[in-house]
Design a protein. Structure first.
Length: 202
């Protein structure tokens, strides 16, 4: 006979699964919460607010700038649940109308690439595989488009150790560094060689 506490836990877990708020195991595979879809202009206010919460790590955006990035991006995806926005991703192909110093660094050196500008995950959903789900989808998109590399940057000064470990796990390697903000921030420019992954059977 089930105890009252066990029944309560099962009911809570059922409700969380229905609302997309917990990692679900299906056929032995652990799946992150939420649903992945393309962002639309109607989503920009929620995306702007989530970015505001993390602008000390990424960079600030206003409504006009975000609308411009949405229009220029090759990829603008989000992950959502019944409770709202869990995460979003912005990525750009070569030739985009984007003035980011890091994007320009890659554009000056590579003919073709997918540049991951930012992936932002809401605090309560971090550690559940939401960010990895977006990275997996971006890498798959780049490979299906025949692109040779996916590129991004991570902070060196101040150091973001978690981001460094995350990107190392995926196989991103440093291809350069640069200082930003008048010497306040240093970034490591990273590249994931998709040809090397294919050669490894990955």
């Amino acid at each position: 006979m089930l105890t009252a506490s066990l029944v309560c836990c099962q009911m809570i877990n059922y409700c969380l699964r229905r609302r997309g708020l917990m990692t679900v195991v299906e056929d032995g595979v652990r799946r992150p919460p939420g649903q992945l879809r393309a962002a639309t202009p109607a989503d920009l206010d929620a995306i702007l607010e989530l970015n505001r919460q993390w602008q000390h790590v990424t960079s600030s955006l206003d409504a006009a700038t975000l609308a411009g990035l949405h229009a220029a991006a090759d990829v603008h995806w989000l992950v959502e649940s019944a409770d709202g926005l869990l995460a979003f991703a912005l990525a750009f192909r070569e030739g985009a109308a984007y003035g980011s110093a890091n994007y320009r660094w890659f554009a000056a050196r590579y003919e073709t690439f997918l540049y991951i500008d930012r992936i932002v995950v809401a605090s309560r959903y971090q550690g559940l595989g939401v960010g990895a789900r977006l990275y997996d989808a971006l890498i798959a998109r780049a490979r299906s488009a025949g692109l040779p590399r996916v590129v991004c940057e991570i902070d060196l000064v101040p150091r973001n150790a978690a981001s460094d470990a995350f990107h190392a796990h995926y196989g991103f390697v440093e291809v350069g560094t640069q200082w930003l903000g008048g010497g306040v921030k240093q970034v490591s420019l990273r590249s994931l060689d998709l040809g090397a992954l294919a050669g490894d059977g990955g």
